[in-house]
Design a protein around this ligand. Structure first.
Ligand SMILES: [Zn+2]
Ligand SMILES: [Zn+2]
Length: 291
């Protein structure tokens, strides 16, 4: 029992310490997610100001500060709160005989570094794409995902406006994805995480970017804007589910970009009923969805 309690406490305190050290620049610069997130945000925001797609959209768009707060909440505050629980679960699974290598089908540890990173990125992105589809498909999950879809004006910070339950809902498949790869995060996984943050910021930004022919591989602001469209094609529960990569949507035929003017209405039918502020949204989603 004490073992579990120790895991809970150590996980929590370890993350508090790491976050604090990051703020004080006491961790290696390449693993500093605190300042990394701020720098990526300032760069994408700067580009939005210089090259706006919807020119009439204000620099401090609707809900700018709400989303700015969400960035820090989901990335750091929630991470601190949950870290002890994850550590505890790790110990519990180990006691049950389930370890990181239980599901291994590919041992990528001996592959060249860049191949490891690429495989890690692609596998993690695919399981997130799949989780995202489930969030749209099942009403119980959609209740939580509505918070992300309550964005009415798109800008980089909308990327991290999501209900804290999403952190938890994405976790199982992400963990399984890592286990399939031998339970191992490449040494330089931070490159993958920073790339994912930057791509996600761009996907939500007010910049018209499609990356030319790479649009069939990389998710982009035009494609993701349609993911947030108020009106979606009939008989579908959503389109363009891609996180960093768009290729899954092209493979599974969930891609949909009818035009690229950038001025469509965003949200979802009934979004006026969603609480407007952070605290209301924090507890939203636990009641049974009304038909
Ligand atoms: Zn979605
Ligand atoms: Zn989005």
């Amino acid at each position: 029992m004490t073992e579990y309690f120790d895991a809970l406490a150590n996980g929590f305190l370890g993350t508090v310490r790491w976050t604090w050290k990051s703020i004080l620049f006491e961790v290696p610069w390449y693993s500093n997610y605190f300042w990394g997130l701020i720098i990526i945000s300032l760069i994408v925001w700067g580009l939005e100001i210089l090259f706006p797609w919807r020119k009439e959209q204000s620099i401090f768009r609707k809900d700018f500060w709400l989303d700015a707060f969400y960035m820090f909440f989901n990335f750091f505050i929630f991470a601190i709160v949950i870290s002890g629980v994850y550590k505890l679960l790790g110990v519990l699974f180990k006691d049950l005989g389930i370890t990181a290598t239980t599901l291994t089908i590919m041992d990528i540890a001996h592959w060249p570094q860049w191949v490891q990173l690429l495989v890690f990125f692609v596998v993690l992105d695919f399981v997130q794409w799949f989780t995202h589809v489930l969030l749209h498909k099942y009403p119980v999950l959609w209740q939580f995902h509505k918070v992300h879809h309550s964005v009415k004006e798109m800008g980089f910070a909308a990327h991290l406006r999501f209900h804290w339950m999403e952190n938890i809902l994405y976790k199982p498949l992400k963990t399984i994805g890592v286990m399939v790869l031998g339970g191992f995060e490449p040494e330089q996984a931070y490159i993958v995480h920073f790339a994912a943050i930057a791509i996600g910021h761009f996907n939500h930004s007010n910049i018209k970017l499609t990356y030319g022919p790479l649009k069939y591989i990389l998710n982009n602001p035009v494609m993701h804007l349609y993911h947030h469209a108020y009106t979606i094609p009939e008989d579908s529960y959503g389109v363009n589910f891609g996180i960093s990569l768009s290729i899954w949507d092209y493979i599974f035929k969930t891609n949909y970009i009818p035009e690229s003017g950038g001025k469509i209405k965003l949200g979802f039918p009934g979004d006026e009923k969603l609480p407007k502020g952070f605290w209301g949204q924090l507890v939203y989603g636990f009641k049974r969805p009304k038909k």
